[in-house]
Design a protein around this ligand. Structure first.
Ligand code: PEP
Ligand code: MG
Length: 326
């Protein structure tokens, strides 16, 4: 099977009916970078910058952050990279940054952008490192756990202030900066009309999103498998978001784990998603699925199943059996 996937590396992720799908990979460490070439990914759709913080005993200095981001951009070459600002706190506690206070519900606690907006120094240093690393290039930066549009705006302003500051000093800055919000807190979906005009792109973190939709801990051994990301609640939610983003002409990517599983990726494509960022190990299997998929057929079938409230996982499995898709 691995040999089969290796044959697909240089081939596009295109469906039988000619829909080109962007398949990006998720990464977070220098050691992930060789996967770009090995998998033939279209770029890095999610670079989890907190990993450098998690493996470090002390706060990584700005120069070290810059060097890592430079290495990522160099490895990607012409391929786009989307950096996510630190998602620290919750399950990713960093002793030298996180509040020492014990939290009852760390996943819903003082984490990610919430923490970063409260620790402006941290955010400024990271913004500066990203801007320096991407001088002369395109910088795509997104913020995790945006819960209300003002948080996105506040974060964007911090990066913009640093960019202005560099320009005033005559320093090199990125040729372009694109700002995105991660949608992983359900409440944000109710204010897309406000958010979408503010952002350059949207990225859906289905790991957290599904955990919050079902109020079910994503890492709890008894619960992790219990609520299906192919449930109607999740899929109807995701459908509304992709429709709103398409309507507003805002590119939207799914960067949670579900996109890396062929059956779930099929469902996402049938809902209208055309950009997935997934674990490197998923690129081969998902690309193989895409290259045998008649997406127009599946999209029509999916609409029927959703309207009828069918069990989507079972319906997809039946469809695969009939059509012989991976
Ligand atoms: C997510 O929540 O789906 C996501 C991509 O981010 P993380 O898994 O790092 O929380
Ligand atoms: Mg998340």
């Amino acid at each position: 099977l691995q040999a089969e996937y290796a044959k697909l590396v240089g081939k596009p992720a295109e469906t039988v009916d000619g829909q080109r799908i962007s398949l990006f990979m998720n990464a977070g460490l220098r050691s992930d970078l060789p996967h770009l070439e090995a998998t033939g990914a279209d770029g890095i759709g999610l670079f989890r910058t907190e990993f450098q913080f998690l493996v470090s005993a002390t706060l990584p200095r700005r120069e070290r952050q810059t060097r890592l981001y430079e290495a990522v951009l160099a490895a990607a070459g012409e391929r786009p990279v989307t950096f996510r600002t630190v998602d620290i706190g919750g399950d990713k506690a960093v002793p030298y940054v996180s509040e020492q206070r014990r939290e009852e519900n760390p996943a819903m606690g003082y984490r990610a952008l919430r923490l970063a907006l409260g620790r402006e120094g941290l955010m400024k240093v990271q913004a500066r490192a990203l801007l320096d690393a991407a001088a002369g290039k395109t910088l795509n930066v997104m913020f995790p756990m945006v819960s209300e549009p003002w948080e996105f705006e506040a974060a964007r302003q911090i990066v913009e202030d640093q960019r202005r500051h560099l320009i005033d000093r005559g320093a090199d800055v990125p040729a372009q900066v694109n700002y995105g919000a991660m949608l992983e807190v359900p409440a944000l979906a109710e204010v897309l009309d406000t958010l979408l005009p503010m952002v350059d792109f949207l990225s859906i973190g289905t790991n957290d999103l599904v955990q919050f939709l079902f109020a079910s801990d994503r890492s709890h051994p008894k619960l992790a498998e219990r609520y299906d990301w192919l449930s109607l609640s999740v899929l109807r939610f995701l459908k509304r978001v992709v429709d709103a983003a398409d309507e507003a002409n805002v590119p939207v990517t799914v960067c949670g784990e579900m996109g890396g599983r062929p059956a779930a990726a099929m469902a996402l494509l049938a809902l209208g998603y055309r950009r997935l960022s997934i674990t490197p190990a998923g690129i081969g299997p998902v690309k193989a699925m895409i290259r045998t998929l008649d997406l127009a057929d599946l999209t029509e079938a999916m609409q029927g199943w959703m309207a009828a409230g069918r069990n989507i996982r079972a319906a997809l499995e039946g469809w695969v059996e009939m059509h012989g898709t991976v």
